[in-house]
Design a binder for this molecule. Structure first.
Ligand SMILES: *[C@@H]1O[C@H](CO)[C@@H](O)[C@H](O)[C@H]1NC(C)=O
Ligand SMILES: *[C@@H]1O[C@H](CO)[C@@H](O)[C@H](O)[C@H]1NC(C)=O
Ligand SMILES: *[C@@H]1O[C@H](CO)[C@@H](O)[C@H](O)[C@H]1NC(C)=O
Ligand SMILES: *[C@@H]1O[C@H](CO)[C@@H](O)[C@H](O)[C@H]1NC(C)=O
Ligand SMILES: *[C@@H]1O[C@H](CO)[C@@H](O)[C@H](O)[C@H]1NC(C)=O
Length: 482
């Protein structure tokens, strides 16, 4: 009887989970956070929101285990720093064996793509991966074929949209070609991928177009009209996403693969750290983009459904800020699995929040703030140094101009930095000393739109605690039996 009740409850829960999402939608699940939720919580959160496709940036066994039995379609990846090793076919075989074949049994992980490298031809890499990407692609594909996965699992290499462009003298999609320094390489790669029915995976960021160009017409980054259309020989472009996507279509035509499948590997909008990166702009972007997806209109050259992975699922406070201070704020969820703003993944434009993560534990309700009792001038002179120290390790990008905490006064700034470091260090009291300038408080220090977060118990710490508990249990059993 008890069993029956459990089964019924399980079924009801299963029905409640089935939120509808627009056809072709997936998410990027990055893990560069100091404190991670348990992977099974993240998987549950995705499923609670109807998300059925996920792209990860490695083949981490912990992550993949959590996806076992989920039926979610998964894109695993080989990081750029492993491309060199994959020049050897033996290594490629071993990689496929350990990171793919191991999971493809019934009830395992539904791996559909292997991403070989990530934005490997980014101009910023100065050609570092130019010689290794294509051979790695070929080796991994061969190894997949040999292991019998060739039909189900495709290789690809997600690339940044900077691998193609139109000349400044004629900035229209129809003038699009692959970048001159990699043109013949790109031609070889796309012909190889297309011959294998593998897609071109491209990352397109209207946010960056706006962020990098002070003269960019704001409305052209969004999908609700208002921008002067770009006219390309009679084809009108109302937004930069379509224009960018079709520039790729033209480049593919010129490279001899006019019908190659395109998947958007990353698209999204950050919510903090710089101008234009805020919740209202992100909401506007996603509202328009998801409605566009639901309409099935595609782009002028490729009408039909879009295949897309949103970037990203969760904020990642350890990402490099070299590309910009928005980097740690791409999540549609916060660091703790709380939705940031209403978003309707069905593309229906409803003003509703996503289902938050379940079972997340917080370290405690403590904050670290500037100690206002300190009046000693000599001590106060050390504030700057202490703030820099805190912000080198912890994330203070919300303090920047355009960020959600830019309105704080000077003491607020100090408190914010101190608290970020204190949370980063799991609220360790030692981490709030700052030479006597910091003090721990139970009073929520958040102010206005600026959230002073409390950190979560990190997944790895929880897993470790679980292991030591089992170990303890085992010891007790051993002691008792002896
Ligand atoms: C994937 O396979 C390679 C062996 O080629 C191994 O070095 C690597 O650790 C594996 N990755 C994971 C996450 O197991
Ligand atoms: C790539 O190969 C070319 C030609 O063999 C060589 O000149 C170049 O230095 C290589 N680049 C790297 C980054 O290894
Ligand atoms: C979002 O950013 C834009 C551009 O910087 C700004 O005009 C707008 O007021 C911001 N919205 C909010 C809610 O901060
Ligand atoms: C707070 O810090 C930010 C970022 O360092 C800075 O732009 C701002 O001017 C500071 N505010 C005050 C009042 O010092
Ligand atoms: C602290 O206050 C902010 C703003 O009012 C709120 O969003 C947040 O949930 C509070 N944090 C805690 C742990 O209560």
């Amino acid at each position: 009887m008890a069993c029956l009740v459990v089964v019924v409850v399980g079924l009801v829960e299963g029905v409640a989970e089935a939120a509808a999402v627009v056809e072709g939608l997936g998410v990027n699940w990055g893990t560069m956070a100091s404190h991670q939720m348990l992977p099974e919580m993240v998987v549950r959160m995705m499923r609670d929101n109807g998300i059925k496709r996920v792209k990860i940036f490695d083949a981490d066994p912990w992550t993949l285990k959590s996806l076992e039995g989920s039926e979610m379609e998964v894109m695993v990846a080989i990081p750029n720093d492993m491309l060199g090793i994959m020049q050897s076919y033996e290594s490629a075989k071993e990689w496929v064996d350990k990171n793919v074949t191991r999971y493809t049994h019934p009830g395992g992980v539904n791996i559909r793509y292997v991403a070989v490298g990530n934005e490997a031809f980014l101009k910023a890499y100065k050609g570092r991966f130019m010689n290794t990407t294509f051979p790695a692609l070929q080796n991994i594909q061969k190894a997949l074929n040999e292991a019998g996965h060739g039909h189900n699992i495709k290789v690809t290499t997600p690339l940044n949209a900077d691998v193609y462009n139109s000349p400044d003298s004629n900035p229209v999609p129809s003038a699009g070609t692959f970048r001159s320094d990699i043109q013949s390489l790109m031609t070889d790669i796309v012909q190889f991928l297309d011959g294998n029915s593998s897609p071109f995976v491209v990352n397109i960021y209207p946010f960056l177009s706006l962020n990098q160009n002070p003269n960019f017409p704001i409305d052209f980054a969004f999908f609700d009209g208002g921008a002067t259309p770009l006219n390309d020989n009679g084809v009108a472009y109302n937004n930069v996403f379509d224009a960018n996507y079709d520039t790729l279509v033209h480049a593919l035509r010129k490279a001899g693969v006019p019908n190659m499948k395109i998947v958007v590997g990353e698209v999204g909008w950050p919510t903090d750290g710089v101008n234009f990166a805020n919740i209202s702009f992100a909401k506007r972007f996603y509202d328009g983009f998801l409605k566009k997806m639901a309409s099935g209109k595609g782009t002028p050259l490729r009408p039909g459904n879009l295949d897309v992975y949103l970037f990203g699922l969760i904020d990642e406070d350890q990402k490099s800020v070299l590309p910009g201070d928005f980097e740690r704020h791409w999540g549609i969820f916060r660091y703790d699995g709380q939705p940031k703003f209403p978003i309707d993944l069905s593309g229906g434009g409803n003003n509703r929040y996503l289902v938050p993560a379940k079972g997340v534990q917080y370290v405690g309700n403590l904050w670290c703030v500037f100690n206002k009792n300190v009046k000693n001038q000599k001590k106060l002179k050390q504030l700057g140094g202490q703030v820099s120290y805190a912000c080198t390790l912890a994330d203070c990008t919300a303090l920047n101009y355009g960020g959600s905490c830019n309105g704080l006064d000077q003491q607020g700034n100090v408190s914010y930095a101190f608290n970020q470091y204190f949370q980063f260090q799991d609220q360790d009291v030692e981490a709030c000393s700052f030479k006597g300038l910091g003090v721990v408080t139970k009073v929520n220090a958040s102010s206005g739109g600026c959230l002073f977060p409390v950190q979560i118990v990190s997944g790895s710490a929880r897993a470790a605690a679980h292991v030591s508990f089992l170990l303890l249990l085992w010891l007790v059993v051993v002691v008792l039996t002896v």
